[in-house]
Design a binder for this molecule. Sequence first.
Ligand code: MN
Length: 249
Amino acid sequence: MRILISNDDGIYSPGVAALAEVARQFGEVRIVAPDVEQSSMGHAITANRPLGYCRTPVGDFEAFRVNGTPADCVALGVDHWGGVDLVLSGINLGTNLGTAIWHSGTVAAAKQATILGLRGIALSTAVNDQVPEFGRLRPHIEEVLRLLMQEASPRLVNVNLPGNPHGIQWTRQSVRQYDAKILAIKDPMGRDLYWFTVGPVGQAEPGTDRWAFEHGLVSITPLSLDLTDYAALHGLAESSKARSSREYS
Ligand code: MN
């Protein structure tokens, strides 16, 4: 099995090497990752300039760095290697819970795999001022990968690992608990600058990714590429049906 690994923290992140170490027991591993950090770039693609693809071994793993986004890396990596069976993204240094899925480059790399017809798994973990203890996470990542490589498992998933997990939970995305804030600061010359930040607001709802993570559980959320609001669509179809039957009766 050919396993392509990418991330959004950049090819030199310790998270990508840690994930490659776990993945190698499942198949042949290759890393294709951004040359610099691309966190919060979402599913951006580089459409207005060419991309480089430079061999940059990571430990004893075959690896390539790309001057592009996580989605670019997966598209290029799949095209160059050929025969890729699975794309893993991460391990991101920082969670990707709830609304963060919208701007996460880690999730976007997995999403790009699914767009190309492949299975995509995004993995993220909590981070503070220390590098996460990947050794402690290793058995949990192994368990998650074994579970998600089964034929019947969802094709696109977002996995978040607490620092010291004591179980696994299938979850849904929390959508209401994140708030975007603009924080104003001054630069040394007294000019206005702004930070755009997001953070959780209120309590996590049971069954959500954030709830599981806060309770020490590995959260696994199956995702869908289809963003259609089916309830709204159904309502609109019903009301237009009612309207046309009124008009023609
Ligand atoms: Mn990141």
